[in-house]
Design a binder for this molecule. Structure first.
Ligand code: NAP
Length: 294
């Protein structure tokens, strides 16, 4: 029997509804929530993502300001702009649209965001607090993967989870979330010798690499929950030779859905839930700024 599809669009709609009510209440009690997104240069994908976030923010009742900066801005000037947003009491959330130009160090810029305004959860203070089990603001994609695992209905405690990909903002925080919920977690990465030998033992398989087709049916234990975080743009050639661009994950969806018990699609899986989690984090950040301790 083909796997159950874990619907990210439905999950995102539920989260947005819940968060919109919280935003309305917060705005009445404490004033507006304002998210500033910093866009450096004119990367079309970054702009598209910023526009879609803006739409979701306005829809939910969050003020959204796009701070547009020139592509040749120096790192020092960009950091000064982040400091300005950090200190502006009207601004409750700050995020950086990626990619940044090559002369700017992405980590240095992300680390400059006030941890209490860091709605994407990319500051080391936020990632580090996750290890203590008390994040101020947790990374959005890890929250999204976690939410979809929860919605798949699998019992995480005692399950064997395999996370493929170990980036500091995606793979590692997901592994940490699963560890905190008492899964037994295997972390696979570029140096893993026999990837399939590990993934085939997973009750929960999370893939966050950025390589289309990395995981096929032979990598998956029958009945497993498969969460595909990857987002890849690929060119597909139809039998008549026409080429089209498509978005796919890291998992060969059509093959794996015949083996897995539950699977997230791409698009329509982790992606929309990540944006919904950004909204949830934006309210959480505004709330925590009222009672900040550090
Ligand atoms: P990243 O920073 O490039 O990290 C990818 C990780 O995968 C690295 O740890 C890398 O190891 C590892 N890796 C590379 N090849 C591998 C292989 N063959 N087997 C096992 N591990 C391998 O990317 P990221 O930011 O974590 O994002 C991962 C994917 O998720 C991308 O497709 C990205 O677009 C997508 N993403 C989706 C969302 C969403 O909302 N759905 C959000 C963020 C990211 P090395 O560093 O050692 O090479």
């Amino acid at each position: 029997m083909p796997a159950t599809i874990v619907d990210g669009n439905a999950a995102a709609a539920d989260i947005r509804n819940e968060v919109s009510a919280q935003i309305a209440r917060f705005t009445i009690e404490h004033g507006p929530i304002r998210l500033c997104a910093v866009l450096v240069g004119n990367d079309p994908a970054a702009r598209l993502y910023a526009d879609s976030q803006r739409h979701r923010c306005l829809q939910a009742g969050v003020q959204h300001q796009l701070v547009e900066l020139p592509p040749d801005i120096s790192e020092a000037a960009l950091l000064a702009e982040i400091d300005r947003l950090n200190h502006d009491p009207e601004v409750t959330g700050v995020m950086i649209q990626l990619p940044l130009p090559p002369h700017v160090d992405e980590a240095v810029v992300q680390y400059r965001i006030d941890p209490y305004k860091d709605v994407e959860g990319v500051n080391p203070a936020n990632i580090g607090m996750l290890f203590y089990g008390v994040p101020i603001i947790a990374p959005c994609t890890a929250l999204a993967a976690n939410e979809l695992i929860r919605r798949s209905g699998i019992e995480v405690r005692g399950a064997h989870a395999v996370v493929v990909g170990q980036s500091r903002i995606v793979g590692r925080p997901i592994a940490m979330f699963l560890t905190m919920q008492m899964a037994t977690v295997t972390a696979c990465h570029i140096a893993t010798r026999d990837l399939a030998a590990h993934t085939r033992t997973a009750d929960i398989l999370v893939v966050a690499v950025g390589k289309p087709g990395l995981i096929g049916a032979g990598h998956v234990k029958p009945g497993a929950v498969v969460i595909d975080v990857g987002i890849n743009r690929v060119t597909v050639r139809s039998p008549d030779g026409a080429e089209t661009r498509r978005t796919v994950g890291d998992v060969d969806f059509d093959a794996v859905r015949e083996v897995a018990g539950a699977i997230t699609p791409v698009p329509g899986g982790v992606g929309p839930v990540t944006v919904a989690m950004l909204l949830r984090n934006t309210v959480e950040a505004a709330r925590k700024q009222l009672h900040r301790r550090v």
